[in-house]
Write a protein that binds this ligand. Structure first.
Ligand SMILES: CC(=O)N[C@H]1[C@@H](OP(=O)(O)OP(=O)(O)OC[C@H]2O[C@@H](n3ccc(=O)[nH]c3=O)[C@H](O)[C@@H]2O)O[C@H](CO)[C@@H](O)[C@@H]1O
Ligand SMILES: C=C(OP(=O)(O)O)C(=O)O
Length: 439
């Protein structure tokens, strides 16, 4: 029996405090980085979510000793790696379920001179090419092979990796993480230009520096890395998940709730709070907490010249693509109109069909752009039965269901469980009517 659906009775205002989990995308990076040393690495604030648990299983399969110290803290030690695990059907199955598995490649290549990977999983939100990863590793001296029949990538570097100047062909979050992890153990100096600088990558670099790596330019798009012979163990605490924080801001606004997000590390949120304020959502910053007070209505700002607001995604420090679905759902009940322009992924907006079924006014202009005409609370959305196509659309639909009149059923919620820890229980603690049901 699979409990892969949420039954939600919407329309109730929520209230209370909620603490964000540790960041999913940082977790996937720093977990892979534990492979770079034989010494123990302790990670705290690790979220208990499906993607993290799947990656922990993969690491165990590779022979990493994984010890849970407390609910969100783990010690990992990669002192005896079994490269034979690559040949097993379990590796193929599990690695192809998560995006994060792609970052196993560089540490294994750097330490053992070889790594294999089936096509990694993650959200089906458009083409997600891996060229940036492999071109980067090739420039560091690796040989690359892709077996298209098996959809398997392999890299080898029998003579080791050698530092070089690398202009990345696009700004890729996991691609940058891979190249950084290879460069820290390469001989000589590597310069990575056009590097991604999302907080996830910054945190990875900070952890690597703690482990003895020499990295300059953290937080910028030019990283200079001087290779070292070996890295040592460390302790590292993950940042709160900025995407969860944005999701909770959206939830509060849509459900007319008064919610306080605790310990949000506001200093690390970049442009995110401003983007929500542009949607007319009031945010009170109380120390490191963000309070979203109850608001009857919120009005989307226009640009200075009076033209219609556009929200678009961009690599950091631009607005993260992972909050675009949340922005879109918030807009459905705002006063005013907005153009949502999802530039980075081409299949992430199709879920608007479900919002339209719920009564939202949206024109999907093309796969990348949707115009939302806010209902300004004149009409409440209505509950429907729907299915979650990807993690962020799933949460956006959940927020819509919590604000809607009547009952909704959302299927395929393992998508949400990939990245949100016990979301049903945490929402119930705020007063939501949500149950996990068969389906
Ligand atoms: C496990 C993980 O960390 N996943 C995140 C990571 O995925 P991931 O690292 O896979 O994403 P990338 O940063 O490589 O790129 C995302 C997509 O955007 C496109 N692209 C990228 C840069 C650019 O300037 N223009 C452009 O169109 C790429 O071609 C790709 O299709 O970063 C994405 C972009 O923030 C996030 O959505 C994912 O949640
Ligand atoms: C797209 C996402 O995740 P992944 O890269 O793991 O598919 C996301 O977190 O929004």
């Amino acid at each position: 029996m699979s409990f892969d659906a949420f039954e939600v009775h919407g329309g109730l205002p929520l209230s209370g405090n909620i603490t964000p989990q540790g960041a999913k995308n940082e977790a996937l990076q720093v977990l892979c980085a534990t492979l770079l040393t034989t010494e123990p690495v302790t990670l705290s604030n690790l979220p208990n979510i499906l993607d993290v648990n799947r990656l922990l299983d993969l690491l165990r399969g590779l022979g990493v000793k994984v010890e849970q110290k407390s609910p969100h803290s783990y010690q990992l030690q990669a002192d005896a790696i079994d490269l034979g695990f690559f040949e097993t059907p379990e590796f193929r199955r599990d690695a192809s379920r998560i995006r994060g598995s792609v970052m196993l490649i560089a540490p294994l290549l750097a330490r053992y001179g070889q790594a294999f990977l089936p096509q990694p999983g993650g959200d089906k939100i458009g083409r997600r090419r891996l060229d940036t990863h492999f071109v980067g590793l090739q420039k560091l001296g690796a040989h690359f092979d892709y077996e298209s029949d098996k959809r398997q990538y392999s890299v080898t570097a029998p003579e080791g990796l050698k530092g070089t100047y690398l202009l990345m062909d696009e700004i890729s979050v996991t691609g940058t993480a891979n190249v950084v992890m290879a460069a820290v153990l390469a001989t000589g100096t590597t310069q990575i230009y056009n590097a991604a600088c999302e907080p996830y990558v910054q945190q990875l670099c900070r952890m690597l520096v703690q482990m003895g790596a020499k990295i300059e330019g953290i937080g910028s798009n030019l990283l200079t890395i001087e290779g070292v012979n070996e890295l040592k163990g460390t302790e590292h605490r993950l940042l709160p998940d900025m995407i969860e924080i944005g999701s909770f801001i959206g939830l509060a606004a849509m459900t007319q709730s008064d919610i306080t997000i605790k310990d949000a590390r506001i200093d690390q949120l970049g442009i995110i709070p401003t983007a929500f304020e542009r949607m007319g959502i009031k945010l009170d910053f109380e120390g490191d907490n963000i309070r979203i007070p109850q608001q009857d209505t919120y009005e989307i700002q226009t640009f200075i010249d009076g033209s219609i607001m556009t929200i678009y995604d961009a690599p950091w420090p631009g607005f993260t693509p992972d909050l675009m679905s949340i922005m879109l759902v918030i807009a459905t009940q705002a006063k005013g109109s907005v153009l949502i322009h999802q530039k980075m992924f081409e299949s992430r907006l199709f879920f608007v069909d479900k919002l339209i079924d719920m009564g939202a006014q949206i024109i999907l202009c093309d796969p990348h752009r949707a115009t939302v005409i806010g209902l300004g609370r004149k009409n409440q959305l209505r509950g429907i039965e729907m299915s979650s196509p990807d993690i962020r659309a799933g949460v956006a639909l959940l927020i819509a269901a919590l604000s809607a009149k009547g009952k909704s059923v959302i299927h395929n919620i393992h998508q949400i469980d990939r990245g949100y820890e016990q979301i049903d229980a945490r929402l119930r603690a705020l007063g939501a009517r949500i149950e996990r049901v068969e389906g």
